[in-house]
Design a protein around this ligand. Structure first.
Ligand SMILES: Nc1nc2c(ncn2[C@@H]2O[C@H](COP(=O)(O)OP(=O)(O)OP(=O)(O)O)[C@@H](O)[C@H]2O)c(=O)[nH]1
Length: 680
C-alpha cells in the first residue's frame, strides 16, 4: 500500500491522508470520480481527512439527491430574457478559495439556504472530501436581482488538475466569463496561469478577485501587480474579498452582471449544445450537462450527438439549481442537463455537440477531442480467480469514464490481468483506488509506463506501452518517446534545486523569467516518462511546498532508449522490465537490484537478482538463504531497521505474486517507479 500511495504523491501530496488511509473505513458515492480534479494540498487533505472520518458510516448521496429544495419548483427555473443570463466559472489555484466562494455565492443568492449547506456544496462527494480533490464538475443556477432586474447566473465548476485540462477547456467554452480567484496572501500559481490562458483562448471576460483579504498577511496590492505583470490583466478594478467572512460577495455578483456579456441570442438557429460534463446514473443512464449555444431543446426531442454519431430521445431535460429540476425547454444561452437512456459516457463525451436529428447543425462546435491515455500500467488480481470481477469492475467504471481504456494482458509471471490507459497519474490512482475500495479487489499494479513509438526496420511504426512487448533491438531502428513542456513557478530561493531536478530528469532548459522580484517561472522540456514518478513530490519537497507546476504535451522525440530486464532466480520477470535511457541504464540497474534485494523476502534457497540489457548482465545482487540463526544475528545489529523490514514484509505478504518459486511483493513492482530518488 505504501508504495502505491507514494506514487500517487507524485502528483498529489497525500502525506496528510496517510494516517486515515490505514485506519478509517471509506464510504463512496455510487457516482464515479469524474474527470475533474484539482491538485490537493496538505492542509486540504487534513481537513478532508477529518471530514471523511466524521462522515464515516453514512453512505454518501448522489449530487442530485442532496436535500436542498426550499424554494418551490417553478421559481427555481428562473426564466429570464437572454440579456439577463450570465454564464461564468471560477478559476483558482488549489486552496485559494474556489469552493468557499462558490458556496458564498449560492448562499447570498438564496440558491442554497445556510442551514442546508453541507460542508461545501460544490464538492459534496466523499471521495473528494477525503482526497481533497474536486471530482464532480457541477453547475448551479442562481437568481440575483440587480437594479430591480432579475438575473440568472449560471456557475459552471471547472476541474483544476492538469490531467483534465481538456475538460477544463470545455467548461470554459460553455461560459462568457470567469472569476479569477487569487489568494491575496499567496499570489499567482502555475495552475492558475494555465487556466487563465485557456480562458483567454476562449475569449472569456476575466474578473480578478483577490481573496482572503481578512488574513493579516494579505497583500492585495502586491498580488494585483503580480497578476498584471504575469497575466497582463488590468487589475485596477480587481475585487477585494474574503469568501470566508463574506466580504466583497455583492461586489462580485454585481461585477458578474455588469462585466460579463450575456450569451448571443441565437435561439432561431439549428440546435447546437456543448456537452461540458456527463456522468452515469445506474437508474436513468448517462446524465449529460450541457450549454445551449444555438437553438432550443425541448423535452422529448430526437437529438443527435455529432461526434459519437448516435441519436436519442431527450426523455428528461432540466436545470441545475443546483439539484436537478425538470424543465420543458431550454434556449440558447442556458445551461442544463438531460437524460436520454444513454448507456455509457463514452457515447456522450465532453466536448461533443448535441443537435436535432431532424434539423442537424451544419458544423459541430469547435474543440472536440478524443481522450488519449498518456500513462499505462498493468493491473493484475492477486487472487487469479478474481479476473472476471476485475473485468466487470473496469467495465462498470468505463461506463462513467470515457478516458479509461483497458485490454486483457497475460503474463507468465502475473497471470491474467489488464493493461489500462489513463489520462495521467492522478487519474490512474483514482481508478486503482476505486477498484480496490468499491469493488473489493486486491491488485498488483505494475509501474506506470508511457507510450513509446517504435520505428521498425520493415518501415512500420508501432506504439508500445508495455516494456515487455518492445520489439527486439534487431527489429527496430529507433524509439521515440513523449515529451512535455513544464512550467514551474517558484520563490527565487528554490530556483537552483528545481533546475537541478529538471536537469537530472533529462530536462532541457528553455526559459527563466522573473515574474516578480522574488518569484520566477522556469520552463523545461522533458520526457513524460521522467515525470511519471516522483517528480511532483520532489518539486514540492525541494521547494518546501512553495513551488507549483503545470505541464503540457509537446509531441514525440527520438531518444536513445533501451529495455532493462530483471531476472529473479534466473527467470525473466516481464512486469519488472522497464524502458530507460541508455545513460541511466547502469545506475537504474544497480539501484533496482539493490532495492529488490531489500523488498523480496528471503527464501529457503539462495536467489540471484540480476539486471540485464539483452543477454548482458549489468548488475547483480543475491538474496541469501534463510538460516535458523538469522534473526538473532540481526538483533545484534540495528534492531529498529530489522523490525521495520519485518513489518514491511508482513504487510507485503498480502500482495505477493509467486514468480517461479519466489514470492515477489507488490512493492517490488512499484520499486522501478521510485528509483530515481535513490539513483540521483
Ligand atoms: N482566511 C480565509 N480563509 C479562506 C478564505 N476563503 C477560503 N479560505 C480557506 O482556504 C481554504 C481553501 O478553501 P477552498 O474554498 O476549499 O479552496 P478551493 O480553491 O476550493 O480548493 P479545492 O476545492 O481543493 O480546489 C479553506 O481552509 C478555506 O476555509 C478567506 O476569504 N479567508
Amino acid at each position: 500500500m505504501a508504495a502505491k500511495i507514494n506514487s500517487l504523491a507524485a502528483l498529489v501530496s497525500l502525506q496528510a491522508s496517510h494516517h486515515h488511509h490505514n485506519s478509517t473505513p471509506f464510504y463512496f458515492s455510487p457516482f464515479s470520480p469524474h474527470l475533474s480534479t484539482t491538485l490537493t494540498s496538505r492542509r486540504r487533505s487534513l481537513r478532508s481527512a477529518v471530514v471523511a472520518q466524521s462522515t464515516a458510516g453514512t453512505q454518501s448521496k448522489a449530487p442530485s439527491d442532496v436535500d436542498l429544495a426550499a424554494v418551490s419548483g417553478q421559481d427555481r427555473l428562473l426564466k429570464v430574457p437572454i440579456s439577463n443570463i450570465r454564464n461564468f466559472c471560477i478559476i483558482a489555484h488549489i486552496d485559494h478559495g474556489k469552493s468557499t466562494l462558490a458556496d458564498k455565492l449560492l448562499q447570498m443568492t438564496g440558491t442554497v439556504q445556510k442551514r442546508e449547506m453541507k460542508e461545501q456544496f460544490l464538492d459534496n462527494m466523499d471521495l473528494e472530501r477525503e482526497r481533497g480533490i474536486t471530482i464532480k464538475l457541477q453547475a448551479a443556477r442562481m437568481r440575483y436581482v440587480f437594479e430591480n432586474e432579475p438575473y440568472c447566473l449560471n456557475l459552471i465548476d471547472t476541474p483544476g488538475h492538469v490531467d483534465f485540462s481538456y475538460e477544463v477547456s470545455r467548461s470554459l467554452a460553455a461560459c462568457e466569463g470567469a472569476l479569477l480567484v487569487v489568494d491575496a496572501s499567496q499570489g499567482v500559481e502555475a495552475q492558475t496561469l494555465a487556466n487563465v490562458y485557456l480562458a483567454l483562448e476562449n475569449n472569456l471576460e476575466i474578473i480578478p478577485v483577490l481573496n482572503k483579504i481578512d488574513l493579516p498577511g494579505a497583500e492585495p496590492v502586491r498580488v494585483s501587480q503580480e497578476i498584471e505583470e504575469v497575466v497582463g490583466l488590468d487589475c485596477s478594478d480587481a475585487i477585494h474579498c474574503s469568501a470566508k467572512e463574506g466580504i466583497g460577495i455583492t461586489e462580485i455578483l454585481n461585477a458578474i452582471v455588469k462585466r460579463i456579456p450575456p450569451p448571443c441570442d441565437t435561439a432561431e438557429r439549428p440546435l447546437r449544445a456543448l456537452i461540458f460534463d456527463s456522468y452515469y446514473d445506474p437508474y436513468r443512464g448517462v446524465i449529460v450537462y450541457f450549454r445551449v449555444i444555438d437553438g432550443t431543446i425541448k423535452k422529448g426531442d430526437r437529438i443527435y450527438f455529432m461526434a459519437s454519431k448516435k441519436d436519442y430521445f431527450a426523455d428528461e431535460i432540466g436545470v441545475l439549481s443546483p439539484n436537478q429540476l425538470q424543465a420543458d425547454e431550454l434556449y440558447a444561452g442556458e445551461v442544463g442537463y438531460l437524460a436520454a437512456s444513454i448507456r455509457s459516457v463514452a457515447d456522450a463525451r465532453v466536448g461533443d455537440t448535441i443537435t436535432h436529428y431532424g434539423r442537424k447543425a451544419e458544423n459541430s462546435l469547435p474543440g472536440y477531442e478524443e481522450a488519449t491515455p498518456m500513462v499505462f500500467c498493468g493491473l493484475f488480481p492477486v487472487d487469479a480467480d478474481k479476473f472476471p470481477d476485475l473485468r466487470d469492475a473496469l467495465e462498470k467504471l468505463q461506463l462513467n469514464d470515457a478516458a479509461l481504456k483497458f485490454e486483457p494482458e497475460t503474463s507468465s509471471a502475473m497471470g491474467f490481468g489488464f493493461r489500462c490507459g489513463f489520462l495521467g497519474l492522478l487519474h490512474m490512482e483514482i481508478i486503482q483506488e476505486r477498484l480496490e475500495r468499491e469493488y473489493n479487489l486486491t491488485l498488483i499494479t505494475t509501474a506506470p509506463s508511457v507510450v513509446y513509438r517504435v520505428n521498425c526496420i520493415n518501415g512500420d511504426t508501432v506504439e508500445c506501452s508495455n516494456p515487455s512487448l518492445l520489439p527486439e533491438p534487431g527489429k527496430r531502428t529507433s524509439i521515440e518517446e513523449p515529451y512535455v513542456k513544464i512550467e514551474m513557478l517558484t520563490p527565487k530561493d528554490y530556483i537552483g534545486p528545481l533546475m537541478e531536478l529538471a536537469q537530472d530528469r533529462r530536462g532541457e532548459f528553455k526559459e527563466m523569467k522573473f515574474i516578480t522580484e522574488n518569484r520566477a517561472s522556469i520552463t523545461y522540456e522533458l520526457p513524460l516518462a521522467e515525470m511519471v514518478g516522483d517528480f511532483f513530490d520532489q518539486l514540492k519537497s525541494r521547494s518546501k511546498g512553495y513551488a507549483s507546476m503545470e505541464y503540457s504535451f509537446l509531441g514525440y522525440k527520438e531518444s536513445e532508449l533501451i529495455k532493462l530486464d530483471i531476472q529473479i532466480n534466473g527467470e525473466r520477470v516481464e512486469p519488472l522490465a522497464t524502458i530507460v535511457h541508455k545513460d541511466k541504464a547502469y545506475a537504474v540497474g544497480r539501484a533496482l537490484t539493490q532495492k529488490l534485494k531489500e523488498l523480496i523476502p528471503r527464501q529457503m534457497f539462495k536467489v540471484p537478482i540480476q539486471a540485464c540489457i539483452g543477454a548482458k548482465v549489468i548488475a547483480s545482487e543475491s538474496l541469501s538463504a534463510i538460516r535458523k540463526d538469522v534473526l538473532s544475528k540481526c538483533y545484534g545489529g540495528d534492531i529498529t531497521r530489522k523490525k521495520k523490514l519485518l513489518k514491511k514484509q508482513a504487510e507485503g505478504k498480502k500482495r505477493m505474486k509467486a514468480i517461479g518459486k519466489v514470492d515477489v511483493p507488490q512493492e517490488a513492482f512499484m520499486a522501478v517507479l521510485k528509483l530515481e530518488k535513490e539513483v540521483l
